[in-house]
Design a protein around this ligand. Structure first.
Ligand code: ATP
Ligand code: MG
Length: 283
């Protein structure tokens, strides 16, 4: 039995639960319980605050966990990063009041900077030779300059709108983060095998994301050109149609290239183009 720690509520909860679900692991999400068993995979889910996930995994109270890379880095516990999960993207940046005439990092010498990520900032300042005064505060970091508590902040940014609405501007992007799957370093062989199984499922889910299944009718004479437009996992599937001189071609495309490919396929004579969703790709 494997134990995975995920965030109870907050920005990573929904997508963590969704990823598990798409990997065939459903948990009875009874919010009053902090531990839930899965009916379909030998795993139990431990719901925690994200702050506690790196330590819980490092200590082995959970075998693996889903948490923002920023938390892993800030807490400094020795855990293995098993996989980047492509959600929860953000960055941690230095920001100053918008009227400040900012030129370089040396601006921060002797300044008070409010943050919930003192360790990451300490390391960054040390590396750059900056002598700033780091003030650790737990929440609402972005209001610190207006409240006169700090000259600048070091905080999570995703769209930047929170900064703007607090009269701040982002001046240095220090750390890029996304949700990661972390693991305890001393897992037994049995648990490692379960983790491998899970990783394989996560990869299949990720590979299917943003992909569309496309099928169309094509004159035989256009097949070579169509293969050039639509490379597939190995190569596209081609089947003859009852009508002589025509075939049906099936392939998988990235959603962001879809319309461009469709235009090209129509130009070479493709007809009856169907686009379907891809749920998973088991490569
Ligand atoms: P908890 O109650 O579990 O301690 P929290 O308030 O510390 O939650 P959330 O705001 O839910 O944390 O954010 C969790 C993680 O989501 C962050 O550590 C970060 O990795 C990621 N994230 C992505 N975008 C953002 C954003 N715009 N603001 C904050 N966190 C973000
Ligand atoms: Mg937290």
């Amino acid at each position: 039995m494997l134990r995975i720690a995920i965030q109870t509520k907050g920005r990573l909860n929904e997508e963590s639960v969704e990823l598990l679900k798409e990997a065939g692991i459903t948990v009875n999400e009874d919010k009053r319980k902090f531990l839930a068993k899965s009916a379909d995979f030998p795993i139990e889910v431990l719901f925690l605050r994200d702050d506690d996930i790196p330590q819980t995994v490092a200590m082995g109270a959970a075998d693996i966990g889903i948490v923002g890379y920023n938390e892993v880095k800030e807490r400094g516990f020795d855990v293995e990063i098993l996989k980047k999960l492509s959600f929860g993207a953000c960055r941690i940046s230095l920001a100053v009041p918008k009227n400040v005439d900012y030129n370089s990092l040396s601006y921060f010498n002797g300044k008070r900077i409010a943050t919930s990520y003192p360790n990451i900032l300490k390391e960054f300042f040390k590396e750059k030779g900056i002598n700033g005064e780091i003030h650790t505060i737990a929440g609402s970091v972005e209001i610190a300059p207006a409240a006169g508590l700090a000259d600048a902040i070091f905080d999570i940014v995703s769209s930047g709108s929170t900064l703007v609405s607090n009269g701040l501007k982002e001046v240095e992007k220090v750390l890029y983060s996304e949700a990661v799957l972390i693991g305890n370093r001393g897992l037994s062989a049995d648990k490692k095998a379960l983790v491998e199984k899970l990783l394989f499922r996560f990869e299949s889910v990720q590979m299917g994301r943003g992909k569309k299944y496309i099928l169309m009718n094509l004159p035989d004479s256009a097949v070579d050109e169509a293969i050039g437009i639509l490379p597939a996992l190995r190569s596209p599937t081609i089947m003859p149609l009852a009508q002589k001189g025509w075939c049906s071609m099936h392939s998988v495309v990235n959603e962001n290239e879809l319309w461009d490919k469709i235009d090209k396929l129509k130009e070479i004579g493709a007809e009856g183009i169907l686009i379907l969703n891809v749920e998973k790709i088991v490569a």
